[in-house]
Design a protein around this ligand. Structure first.
Ligand code: AHM
Ligand code: MG
Length: 335
């Protein structure tokens, strides 16, 4: 049987699901940029791409050289094609304007160019997370695109995905009808469909959380995690295993492969930060993918995809993965 590349898959989507040609082009361009990022990441010390830039991003985090390179690769690949009205990124304070010399399109692209970048120097999997929204009608306005155009709930996403740069480079994609996984064939230079219908098992005995923050969590999370740790002799009557890669793409990828629960709860370290992860380019795209794979995602009290964003770099608590456990920890918040 001939292999289904990402391009062929997208053309079939146009034929069967009326996926617009410009959305297809957008995904192709993002995938091409991810190939370039994968190549840069794989060079490591050979190309002197490891280490920090000596600068901080808008959120006060140290920028790695590869954070900045990946951001530039995505901007350059996507700015000229005429499919976008604007872009936003973890690495940029404000919305990125499509330069005036290029045509503008119907979509907005939001991304975390290199998530988990604190893991790069130790050669652990990192990834690119992206979300595609429609640009709201601007009523003929031609000036700069403001942040408010991006502030749409996750239910408005038309596509979302991530690339994981691990032992294999893979692209996981949803356009609202299930989740497909493509593996990069380096000889062909193409992403090939290898995982046709990804599903998160409904039940699990594995959880992922940074336990070193335990003393800062709120009561419902304290209770839930203590029950997980109590194992067979506790109220949940089963033993749980724990994994924490500290690279969201890698932790979510494991959950999409064999189930599990991922948590980055709210904590009391900094009252201005209700959680660590960012709604627009981490929580929303991952929640869309997880829901499309049959899992669930909440912030403890509400479905993540229903949250009305108030700012581009807003942070949220995240509980996502196998339905039974997401529902349990969410119910504890409601009691
Ligand atoms: P980043 O976007 O600055 O890389 O931060 C996000 C990452 C996630 O990939 C991961 O789940 C989390 O931060 C790990 O946080 P911690 O180092 O607190 O365990
Ligand atoms: Mg990130």
């Amino acid at each position: 049987m001939s292999r289904v590349t990402l391009s062929r898959y997208l053309i079939e989507q146009t034929r069967c699901h009326n996926t617009p040609a410009d959305l297809r082009f957008l995904i192709e361009v993002v995938a091409r940029a991810c190939k370039a990022i994968s190549h840069a990441v794989s060079k490591g010390a050979l190309d002197d791409v490891l280490g920090s830039m000596g600068t901080e991003n808008v959120q006060g985090e140290v920028q790695k050289k590869l954070d900045v390179m990946s951001n530039e690769i995505l901007l350059e690949a996507n700015e000229w094609g005429g499919h976008l009205a604007g872009m936003a990124s973890e690495e940029m304070d404000k919305a990125y304007q499509i330069p005036g010399r290029y045509p503008k399109g119907a979509y907005l692209l939001v991304f975390d160019p290199l998530d988990g970048s604190s893991n790069i120097d130790v050669n652990v999997s990192v990834g690119t997370i992206f979300s595609v929204l429609r640009c709201p009608d601007r009523n003929g306005a031609t000036g700069d695109l403001g942040e408010e155009a991006f502030l749409q709930p996750g239910t408005e996403q038309v596509a979302a995905g991530y690339a994981i740069y691990g032992p294999q480079t893979m692209l996981l994609l949803t356009m609202g009808n299930g989740v497909k996984g493509f593996t990069l064939d380096r000889e062909l230079g193409s992403f090939v469909l290898t995982h046709d219908d990804i599903k998160v098992p409904e039940t699990t005995q594995e959880f992922a959380v940074n336990m070193s923050n335990q003393r800062h969590w709120e009561a419902p999370v304290q209770r839930y995690v203590s029950e997980l740790l109590a194992g067979e002799s506790g109220p949940l009557e089963k033993n749980y295993n724990m994994r924490w890669i500290a690279s969201m793409v890698a932790d979510v990828h494991r959950i999409l492969t064999r189930g599990g629960l991922f948590m980055y709860p709210r904590d009391d370290r900094d009252p201005s930060m209700p959680g660590k992860l960012r709604l627009m380019y981490e929580a929303n795209p991952m929640s869309f993918i997880i829901e499309q794979a049959g899992g669930a995602a909440t912030n403890g009290t509400q479905r993540i995809l229903d949250i009305q964003p108030t700012s581009l770099h807003q942070r949220v608590p995240v509980f996502l993965g196998s339905k039974e456990e997401v529902e349990r920890v969410t119910a504890y918040h409601q009691e």
